[in-house]
Design a protein around this ligand. Structure first.
Ligand code: ATP
Length: 364
């Protein structure tokens, strides 16, 4: 199986680290989504993989061959960008054919491949159209087709859907994933959109300031975030982080919102986790908005008042706390809008608690 391996890739620009010790593997069945905020180094990493940029340190290996000194043209990489990068004066046929015509591929083979790929991408009725006569989704499909036609070793996608409207993005997400699964080509997809990361990736790597914070399946990064950065970056509305102190095994939220005896509430915590807990004076408890449930006064762990809310049409996001610490919960009880600023009582399932050190590292 053909695999791309990155070993401790580090990149410095003007003595500043932009990437630090990036290591991962992407096989034929993998669709790795690299996600992170603006400026965290995503594009730089793609440029290093494609050979447009040299790593300061570290190794890139593809199919057993070290790629560090292989020129970009010999890596045969299919790249798809946000701005499509189509040739405006060429029609769809010519744009798709371009990677083959520059390699002087015989005309009949070019025609056969273009027709095959145009069919696969439902562009067969548009072969004579120029890019300006196509919709955004069609243009992006031509860009995809042009990447596929060269039968690349790997696919690199750099925010390819950012220029499309919300509805089309959903359609194209599925199209790209299905296509890549069919072709069995190792793929890396860069985005700052956590929804794309969760819906498309077989693996998700969360990047911050040039360092991988966590790499795992979408479920792993969502349900077991390694730290508070991943916890709040993945998921919308973001995970609530309650800061507080620990006295024995009792957590006291710092503004007095609630108290919780962790040993009683989480009876399955192992001795080693409890030992770590006892060594901490401060702690952060994470709870996702969908894990906070409305209950009656007697059962409520968090008893508070709704500040403001957002009606999403399907459910309601209700906010509580103050401006500096605004928390949220999601409920289907949309009639709570009428009771705005009402007192609410919230409970949560012990399984849904995420415990972090005050530095933000996951404990449980
Ligand atoms: P975005 O999501 O905004 O596209 P990104 O995660 O792709 O961001 P990069 O474009 O990889 O981020 O940039 C990472 C950092 O490296 C930035 O701080 C950027 O200023 C810096 N950088 C990128 N290219 C160069 C360069 N050629 N010279 C100096 N610094 C650079």
């Amino acid at each position: 199986m053909k695999k791309l391996i990155l070993e401790n890739i580090t990149k410095k620009f003007n003595e500043q680290f932009v990437l630090k010790n990036i290591s991962f593997e992407v096989g034929e069945d993998d669709f790795l989504v690299l996600v992170g905020p603006s400026g965290c180094g995503k594009t730089t990493l793609l440029r290093i993989i494609s050979g447009l940029e040299q790593a300061t340190e570290g190794k890139i290996v593809f199919d057993g061959k070290v790629w560090n000194d292989v020129p970009p043209g010999d890596r045969n990489i299919g790249m798809v960008f946000q701005n499509y990068a189509l040739y405006p004066h060429l029609n769809v046929f010519e744009n798709l054919a371009f990677p083959l015509t520059i390699k002087k591929t015989p005309k009949d083979i070019v025609k056969q491949r273009v027709v095959e790929i145009a069919k696969m991408l439902q562009l067969d009725q548009k072969l004579t159209y120029k890019p300006k006569e196509l919709s955004g989704g069609e243009r992006q499909r031509v860009a995809l087709g042009r990447a596929i036609i060269r039968q690349p070793n790997i696919f690199l996608f750099d925010e390819p859907l950012s220029n499309l409207d919300a509805k089309l993005r959903v359609v194209m997400r599925t199209e790209i994933v299905n296509l890549v699964q069919q072709l069995k080509i190792p793929s890396i997809y860069v985005t700052h959109d956590q929804i794309e990361a969760l819906t498309m990736g077989t693996k998700v790597a969360v990047l911050r300031d040039g360092e991988i914070q966590q790499i795992g399946t979408p479920k792993e990064v969502y349900y077991r975030p390694a730290n508070t950065f991943v916890a709040t970056f993945i998921g919308s509305p973001q995970m609530n982080l309650f800061y507080g102190t620990l006295e024995g095994e009792v957590f006291h939220e710092k503004s007095g919102l609630f108290q919780l005896n962790l040993k009683i509430f989480l009876p399955w915590l192992s001795e080693s986790v409890l030992a770590v807990l006892r060594s901490q004076k401060e702690l952060i408890l994470g709870l996702r908005p969908e894990d906070l449930l409305l209950t009656n006064e007697a059962e409520g762990i968090i008893n508070t008042r709704i500040n403001t809310y957002e009606y999403t049409g399907y459910d309601l996001i209700a906010y509580f706390g103050d401006q500096s610490n605004l928390y949220s919960f999601i409920t289907k009880e949309t009639n709570i809008t009428a009771k705005n600023k009402a007192d609410v009582h919230l409970i949560f399932n012990p399984q849904s608690i995420h415990i972090f050190t005050k530095e933000g590292k996951r404990i449980n």
